[in-house]
Design a protein around this ligand. Structure first.
Ligand code: HEC
Length: 204
């Protein structure tokens, strides 16, 4: 009887050890999987935060975000962040004689459109909208546009006042972070018109 009880005790103990070891294995496997999933997500969040920081410091909002006017001047409109010059916003009238290399350069009150010897130029929509923003641009196209000064990295020259050479001087990591941030913001449909010469604009 005594031996039997002793045997049962040993068996129960062994079963307990196996159970505990088993649950440790399951737990640690689960922890490893969630750590594996958490690491890239955390790295992505960090990259997006870096891109946001670079864009704030790089004054991208000055030209690319529509504004609301306040007593302190124009401030980016949080509901339309980085969506470029509002397509429906008409520019105030101006005279051709006032524009030229030795004359004036004009900016719309929200800084999203300018008129100068380079023509009438509106800031582009940088949100990830597929038809009117950069939704279909690859990271390579984005970097190449800013490094070569060519529209989408291969088209017409990017017009002033876009400071593409300065922005293109950012490191590969910073440009990748800016791209990741732009892909993370809400897409906004806004078909910004392309640049026009002053003559073509006034003849419209
Ligand atoms: C002084 C105004 C100004 C500032 C500041 C500015 N941009 Fe622009 N940006 C423009 C204008 C205007 C265009 C449109 C030029 C054109 O259509 O040729 C443009 C176009 C672009 C384009 C599209 C290029 C292409 O291939 O057509 C990208 C991308 C861009 N800007 C990114 C940025 C980023 C990122 C920043 C901040 C680091 C920034 N811009 C700051 C005015 C500005």
């Amino acid at each position: 009887m005594k031996i039997k009880r002793w045997l049962v005790g040993v068996c129960l103990l062994a079963a307990g050890v196996v159970l505990i070891a088993g649950s440790f294995a399951v737990l640690s496997a689960a922890a490893q999987t969630s750590a594996k999933q958490a690491a890239p997500a955390a790295a992505k969040d960090e990259m997006i935060a870096r891109g946001k920081y670079v864009m704030n410091a790089g004054s991208c909002h000055d030209c690319h975000s529509p504004k609301t006017m306040t007593a302190q001047g124009p401030v980016p409109d949080a509901t339309r962040i980085l969506s470029g010059h509002p397509a429906g916003e008409k520019l105030p009238p101006f005279k051709k004689e006032d524009i030229g290399p030795e004359k004036w350069v004009l900016f719309s009150p929200g800084f999203t459109a300018s008129v100068g010897p380079w023509g009438v130029v509106c800031s582009q929509n940088l949100t990830p909208d597929e038809n009117t923003g950069i939704g279909l641009w690859t990271e390579e196209m984005f970097k190449s546009a800013l490094r070569t000064g060519k529209h989408m990295g291969m088209g017409r020259p990017i017009s002033p006042p876009m400071p593409w050479a300065a922005v293109g001087g950012l490191s590969d990591e910073d440009l990748a972070a800016v791209y990741a941030y732009l892909k993370s913001i809400p897409p906004i449909k806004n078909a910004v018109p392309g640049p026009l010469s002053v003559e073509d604009y006034l003849a419209k």
